[in-house]
Design a protein around this ligand. Structure first.
Ligand SMILES: Cc1cc2nc3c(=O)[nH]c(=O)nc-3n(C[C@H](O)[C@H](O)[C@H](O)COP(=O)(O)OP(=O)(O)OC[C@H]3O[C@@H](n4cnc5c(N)ncnc54)[C@H](O)[C@@H]3O)c2cc1C
Length: 275
C-alpha cells in the first residue's frame, strides 16, 4: 500500500498512526527488498517542504528530499565542491535524478558517497518526529553499518551545513573499479581553510568505505593546522581506520589506496583554496 503525504508533518503523522516505511527515491529501498512485499510505504516525493536548498543566517539548509542531481547543479559556495563532486558520482544520471540526500544518509551504507563530504563540512541533520524537531551532528547520527539514530516516527527533514567552512577549498576523490555506476572502494573528502597568513587555518578530512562508518582523520587534521601546504600522509594518520576484505577490495589495498587518495584530495582542496 502507498501513502503520498504532501508535507513532512503529514508524513510524520502517518508514521505515528499507521507505521510503514519511508520511501524517497527508492534506489536503496527497492533493491534491498528484493522479492519481498514492501508493506505500507510512505512516499515522501510530494512533500514540498523537503525540497529546496536555502541559505539561513547560520546555515545552508538542504531539504532531505533534494536529489543528487539538484545538489550537483546548485549554485553553492566553493566549500561545497566535494559534496557536488560526490553528487555527480552517485551511480548514474538516472540514479542521481531519483536518489535523495536523506536516503543516502538514512540507508547508512559504509560506502555512501554523501557522507564524507558532509562530515568534512561539519554538517548536522534535522529530524522531524511526533515529539518535535531535533538536530544532531551527522557524525553522531550514523552509528554503524546501516544503523542510525533516526526513530521510527521521524523523517530526516534537512541537512544543515554551517557557514564556517563555506569558503574553504574542498575536494572529493572516489576510487572504484570503473569511473561511473560503481560502489566506492574508498572515497575521501577534504576541506582546507586558508588563513590570513596563507597557512592552513582549518582542516577536515573524512574517509568512507574504510570502516563501518565513514570517519574523520582527526590526527591528520591537527597536523595540517598552521602548515603552508598539505603534509605527506603517514600510516599513523590512517590508524583509526578498520577496513574489511570484501568483493571490491582487500583491507590492505583499501589502506594503500586511502593513503594515496587522501593525499590527492588534500592537494586538490589546497589548490581550490587559492582559486
Ligand atoms: C544502480 C545504483 C547505483 C548506486 N550508486 C551509488 C553510488 O555510487 N554512491 C552512493 O552513495 N550510493 C549509490 N547508490 C545507492 C543510492 O542511490 C543512494 O544511497 C541514494 O542516495 C538513496 O536515496 P533514495 O532517495 O533512493 O533512498 P530510498 O531508497 O528511498 O531510501 C533509503 C532508506 O532511507 C530511508 N529514508 C529515505 N528518506 C528518508 C527521510 N527523509 N527520513 C528518514 N528516512 C528516510 C528509507 O526508508 C530507506 O530505509 C546506488 C544505487 C543504485 C540502485
Amino acid at each position: 500500500m502507498l501513502r503520498q503525504p504532501v508535507t513532512c508533518r503529514e508524513a510524520v503523522g502517518l508514521l505515528a498512526v499507521e507505521g510503514g516505511r519511508l520511501l524517497a527515491g527508492g534506489t536503496d529501498l527497492f533493491p534491498a527488498l528484493g522479492d519481498r512485499p514492501p508493506g505500507l510505504l510512505i512516499d515522501l516525493s510530494r512533500c514540498a517542504d523537503l525540497k529546496g536548498i536555502a541559505r539561513t543566517p547560520t546555515h545552508t539548509r538542504i531539504g532531505g528530499g533534494v536529489s543528487w542531481s539538484e545538489i550537483g547543479a546548485a549554485a553553492l559556495p566553493r566549500g561545497f565542491a566535494a559534496l557536488q563532486a560526490a553528487a555527480r558520482e552517485v551511480g548514474s544520471v538516472q540514479i542521481e535524478n531519483r536518489a535523495t540526500i536523506a536516503g543516502n544518509l538514512c540507508n547508512a551504507s559504509p560506502a555512501a558517497d554523501g557522507v564524507p563530504p558532509l562530515l568534512a563540512l561539519d554538517a548536522e541533520v534535522e529530524l522531524t518526529g511526533a515529539a518535535g524537531v531535533r538536530r544532531m551532528p551527522l557524525a553522531a547520527f550514523i552509528i554503524g553499518n546501516r544503523r542510525t539514530q533516526v526513530r521510527p516516527d521521524e523523517v530526516l527533514s534537512a541537512v544543515l551545513v554551517p557557514h564556517a567552512l563555506a569558503d574553504a577549498g574542498s575536494a572529493f576523490c572516489k576510487l572504484g573499479s570503473r569511473r561511473y555506476l560503481v560502489i566506492s572502494i574508498v572515497m575521501v573528502a577534504a576541506t582546507l581553510l586558508r588563513g590570513q597568513d596563507g597557512r592552513i587555518a582549518a582542516a577536515r578530512v573524512a574517509i568512507g568505505a574504510a570502516s563501518a562508518v565513514a570517519r574523520r582523520l582527526e590526527r591528520l587534521e591537527e597536523r595540517l593546522i598552521g602548515e603552508a601546504a598539505p603534509v605527506p600522509v603517514t600510516e599513523d594518520d590512517l590508524a583509526a581506520l578498520s577496513p574489511i576484505d570484501d568483493v571490491r577490495a582487500t583491507a590492505a589495498y583499501r589502506i594503500d589506496a586511502a593513503r594515496e587518495i587522501v593525499g590527492r584530495a588534500l592537494r586538490d582542496a589546497w589548490s581550490a583554496a587559492h582559486a
